[in-house]
Design a protein around this ligand. Structure first.
Ligand code: SF4
Ligand code: SF4
Length: 438
């Protein structure tokens, strides 16, 4: 079996982002493998703990990819504060042909396109995949999962994540995929105070979840408990109608949102101020300008760092993205682009970003909690990844063991799902499989 088939069979998807199936990233033609351990968002320490406790696995995963695809070099990318906390140095040789690459403490350094530029000096052509620039990128946890799968086909059944925010001390834990957030919090003694919400993900790009019913997914990197009144949460609670109204009445077209956009600073034709203007001035709309919405990485800088009028260009762009996705449209550049000469002066320091989000007070380094939860039940969603939902292989009443496939990959872009505990299947429907411990 090829490594690509192994990754697909093991159900490996990006562990720290949108859940892109990892097998689809594997292709011939790369000369550089990047392991993304930069922990892009404030309050997250999952990568730091993995680097500290699972470095051999991360390196084995990298070696498996390098060997199969004849990639001559790899870099494990970390921010300066992580390098220092681990007692390592920029440029350190971590394994044969694998070095440590220290990247600056700026946001959004975990954005694949920004990271590739900082680590290699290459700009991925707008709309193209990293492989076109000779680069493959995997998250540190994904590299661990590749190591397990490459060794003996072990599938993804467990998830590492940070439990942070308004907690006594942030924890990094590992639990079965599909564990309910409610049971997880109860096990680790975490409470959610009044007037607080729970985010799945970081304070910038995470989503507010109904934590009483939500479960840990394959791409859950953090569960953060945050007050409702900080900018990071207020912005997520603002509706699209209010966002559109503000565009018309408040935007002074200062272009600050475009000037600070990390993708625009790399030369991408993404201009959030024009997206905002297009909401009220239809004459401004051109197909290429709208399609450029697909180049947005969703960092939120235009909304929380750039705009002083309370406008969210990001929210407008998200609406454009939905329409474009429905119509299968995206921006693809025909020519290379070059970064702005001002980029070095306009990048946003991570500390400043944490302050703008209102989360600086919660930024304490997370520590590993070794207690292992054995949940009473897990919910395995059929769509925990980008692509077609998986197809159930089991029926109610079936007995399953941990690691057993319970849903097959669908046609096209898709991955299978596996039981994350031993137990009995008690529910199968169009979106999930519930397994209860017996
Ligand atoms: S920063 Fe705000 S006011 Fe300025 S152009 Fe962008 S949306 Fe308009
Ligand atoms: S969210 Fe705003 S700043 Fe970030 S990439 Fe998108 S348009 Fe640019």
């Amino acid at each position: 079996m090829t490594l690509k088939d192994t990754l697909r069979e093991a159900g490996i998807v990006g562990a720290g982002g949108a859940g892109f199936p990892s097998y689809m990233k594997l292709a011939e033609g790369a000369d550089t493998l990047l392991i993304n351990a930069v922990e892009c968002e404030p309050l997250l320490y999952t990568d730091y703990i993995l680097l500290r406790e699972r470095m051999p696995h991360i390196l084995r995963g990298a070696a498996a990819v390098m060997k199969e695809y004849h990639i001559p070099r790899a870099m494990v990318c970390m921010k300066q504060h992580t390098v220092e906390a681990l007692g390592l140095e920029d440029g350190a040789e971590l394994a044969a042909h694998v070095t440590l690459k220290q990247l600056p403490n700026v946001y959004p350094m975990g954005d694949e396109i920004s990271m590739i530029y900082e680590a290699t000096g290459r700009v991925v052509r707008p709309g193209a995949l990293p492989i076109t620039a000779g680069v493959i990128v995997f998250n540190a946890e994904t590299a661990c999962n590749i190591a397990y799968a490459a060794k003996n086909g072990t599938p993804v059944t467990d998830k590492w994540l940070t439990i942070g925010g308004a907690v006594e001390k942030p924890l990094v834990v590992c639990c079965p995929v599909g564990t309910t957030v409610r049971e997880l919090f109860a096990f680790y003694g975490i409470t959610v105070p009044e007037e607080h919400v729970v985010l799945d993900g970081g304070p910038s790009m995470g989503k507010i979840i109904p934590w009483q019913t939500a479960v840990v997914r394959k791409n859950t990197k953090a569960l953060l408990i945050l007050p409702k009144n900080i900018p990071a949460v207020v912005s997520k609670m603002t509706g699209i109608k209010a966002a559109i109204n503000r565009c018309g009445s408040n935007c002074c077209q200062c272009t600050r949102c475009t000037d600070m956009c990390p993708r625009n600073l790399l030369g991408y034709p993404l201009e959030p101020h024009r997206m905002v203007r297009s909401v009220t001035t239809v004459a401004e709309v051109s197909p290429e300008m709208v399609k450029a919405a697909t180049l947005c990485c969703g960092c939120g800088i235009c909304e929380l760092a750039a705009c002083c009028q309370g406008i969210s260009p990001k929210m407008i762009i998200d609406e454009f993205k939905k329409i474009l996705a429905k119509n299968k449209l995206r921006y693809v550049a025909e020519e290379d682009v070059t970064p702005s000469p001002d980029r070095a002066y306009r990048v946003l320091p991570s500390d400043r970003w944490a302050s703008l989000l209102g989360v600086s007070a919660y930024d304490k380094r997370g520590e590993r909690d070794n207690r292992v939860i054995s949940p009473e039940a897990v919910t395995i969603y059929l769509s925990q990844h980008i692509g077609a939902p998986s197809l159930p292989l089991v029926k109610e009443g079936d007995t399953v063991t941990k690691g057993q496939p319970v849903a097959a990959a669908a046609e096209g872009l898709s991955v299978p799902q596996h039981a994350s505990i031993d137990g009995q299947v008690t529910l199968v429907d169009h979106e999930k499989i519930i397994i209860e411990r017996v």
